[in-house]
Write a protein that binds this ligand. Sequence first.
Ligand code: NAD
Length: 356
Amino acid sequence: MPAAKLNIVPFVSVDSMMKLVLAIGVERFLTELATYIEEDFRRWELFDKTARVASHSHDGVIELMPTSDGHLYGFKYVNGHPKNTREGLQTVTAFGVLADVGSGYPMLLTEMTILTALRTAATSALVAKYLAPKGARTMTIIGNGAQSEFQAIAFKAITGIDRLRLYDIDPSASRRCAKNLAGMGFDITICASGQEAVEGAQVITTVTADKQYATILTDNMVGSGVHINAVGGDCPGKTELHRDILLRSDIFVEFPPQTRIEGEIQQLDGDHPVTELWQVMTGKAAGRTSDKQITLFDSVGFATEDFSALRYVRDQLQATGLYEELDLLADPDEPRDLFGMLLRADKKQGGAKGAA
Ligand code: NAD
């Protein structure tokens, strides 16, 4: 706990988060965050788990993602509005809270737009450690928007990917992604089509934003032995892969009740077999078992990953001091005298406006 007084809540602004990530280093941040995420997947049975609460509208979705391990409670507010970038706004923005279960008091309020990109990428790369073909070095990234560089760097830091094949329907997005990643040890090829981009790749990441059943990968684009990291399809009515690919793949998911509503597998029967990641990470289920197998991480993003990210950020605050103190919680001298506190404040301000 960085704050001495319980009524003062540490707040990590976007500016502080950027300073924190840069001070730690992006690769180290992603690698350490992945260990927190893995640790929490391994304690899966302890967590309060619920599919996120989603409020869908014509242009997007607003979601709340809560969970608790019995000691700490965390939630994230996150939106997904694919049309936003046309108006100069982000597709995804987020903030979150970590709280003490014992008192119910918040312990941390933080921006989570950057943190979501980091935790999504760290989760993808962590999962690939279990599922990608051994020695994989080439990854395709289809959809070169806000999430894409984070995905590339996480895969490099955690799995050793150092060759990228980029494709986006907007070529300027691929150029920006390549420019942002220049000098970071990648060999980067910008491709003219999705078909060209998947050639020779052992890992295929799809991370496009579109509010529809899209077909970013058709069946003929996916050969045997690859690992697919499908990140962009994360809402009802929003997918990226042709159904036939799913039928040829071994499918790995975070929390089935949420993924069956939001993931690629919304295209399949409700009882289609899937493997839960926590089981792979605890050795209860197998990951990749053959060179020929197509493995698919049907990523939608689950609350425990945000919880891990909140824990990780909290653990960095004391050493770095990269937070502000937020006067978020009322703190009357006598806990039941909340109204008295208001009266005293009124007096201090010299006013007698009354309580009407
Ligand atoms: P973004 O809008 O910044 O970028 C999306 C990119 O996809 C754009 O550059 C766009 O041109 C490209 N694109 C759209 N349709 C395409 C197509 N048919 N072929 C190739 N490229 C195409 O969005 P973002 O923040 O990078 O997020 C991407 C997606 O990932 C969103 O759908 C978001 O909801 C999802 N997401 C998932 C998770 C998760 O945990 N699974 C976490 C964060 C974001």
